[in-house]
Write a protein that binds this ligand. Structure first.
Ligand SMILES: [Zn+2]
Length: 357
């Protein structure tokens, strides 16, 4: 069959070369590499999917979802790093923070913007694995445009659209980035769908890791429901500080957040049963649109998680989520280059069988 799902693509997504990640004090090669995007694009194109170029969008929705200071920080960090001489004079070829203004450090003091870029680098970043280099900003912004273009398609009547976002986004809160993510593409797509007229959006996050950023962006709101299945952070997995079952939302958003943490080693049966429970809860809300944070790192082949889902499991997952409402799929994690394309294709084929039936 020819894959009918529009694939939104930004060439700029290839420009981000994080140059590895500093994990537990050691710089390693990292797995969030440009080749991921190429494998995904080439596999879906070979299956006949129509490729839609990401359209440039203004910052309106972006600066609603994120603290505008975070957006400005990401745009300025690399040029300021270069101007300070770090790559040329000191051999620091990527911007990596070393001081983090935690709430305990500030103890009530106002959060300043330190004049020195190396002091400022940790102001909005919460880990050492999310490096910024020369092409990072163009790729980050290109991924946002891809998400917004896919939301435009669904907002104007398409049943299904897939945004091939790179870098991924679901770990980014309103004002803090980390986890190889810089801006929250899925949250931006959800906000765009609301702006296009949806009364309620359900975000379903099937990445192997909890989407702490998306959860917290909508934590106090009833108009975007967030549901996630992911490896239990209590079993020692990123993002460690969020993703627990007791996190149900707050204030007006109380009851609009659902986490289903799963033990390491979870396979298709239990993973799909958890997804079925999430879909039932989402369906009961009657969402006008769905955003799927499509992480492919729950696959058994993936090096970044202990979840053991098969290609058939992802195909079924695609079928399930797309049956709820018009759906925007946003690419999140997924790092096993030999199997990545087939996993995405299976998910999109599954989604297409319900979306276009
Ligand atoms: Zn992940």
């Amino acid at each position: 069959m020819t894959l009918p799902v529009p694939v939104v693509w930004s060439e700029d997504c290839l420009l981000h070369e994080p140059g590895g990640e500093v994990w537990l004090g050691v710089r390693e090669d990292g797995t969030e590499v440009p080749a991921r995007a190429l494998v995904l694009r080439d596999t879906l194109m070979a299956a006949g999917a129509p490729v839609v170029p990401a359209r440039p969008h203004d910052d309106g929705i972006l600066r609603t979802v994120h603290d505008p200071e975070l957006v400005d920080h990401l745009a300025r960090l690399w040029p300021d790093w270069v101007a300070a001489g770090f790559p040329a004079q000191y051999g620091r070829d990527r911007a990596v923070p070393y001081v983090f203004p935690t709430t305990g450090l500030l103890a009530g003091l106002p959060l300043r913007s330190p004049p020195a870029v190396h002091g400022r680098a940790g102001r909005f970043c919460y880990d050492t694995m999310t490096l910024v280099g020369p092409g990072s900003w163009a790729a980050i912004r290109g991924a946002v445009d891809a998400a917004l273009t896919a939301a435009d398609l669904v907002g104007s009547g398409e049943r299904l659209a897939y945004a091939l976002c790179r870098p991924p986004g679901h770990h980014v809160t309103r004002a803090a980035y980390g986890g190889s993510c810089y801006l929250n593409n899925a949250a931006i797509a959800a906000q765009a769908l609301l702006a296009a007229g949806a009364g309620r959006v359900a975000v379903i996050d099937i990445d192997a890791h909890h989407g702490n950023g998306t959860q917290m962006i909508f934590y106090d709101r009833p108009d975007v429901w967030y549901g996630s299945l992911h490896v239990d952070p209590g079993a020692g997995w990123f993002p460690h500080y969020a993703g627990y079952a007791a996190e149900r939302g707050r204030g007006d958003g109380d009851g609009f957040n659902r986490n289903l943490p799963l033990p390491p080693g979870t396979g298709d049966d239990d993973w799909l049963a958890a997804l079925d429970a999430l879909c039932a809860e989402a369906r009961a809300l009657g969402p006008d649109a769905v955003v799927v944070s499509l992480g492919l790192d729950a696959a058994a082949t993936d090096p970044e998680s202990p979840v053991r889902v098969t290609e058939a499991g992802y195909r079924t997952a695609g079928r399930m989520v797309a049956s709820l409402a018009p759906t925007v799929l946003i690419q999140e994690g997924g790092y096993d280059l030999p199997t990545l394309g087939a996993l995405a294709l299976a998910t999109l084929e599954g989604a297409a069988t319900t979306a276009y039936s």
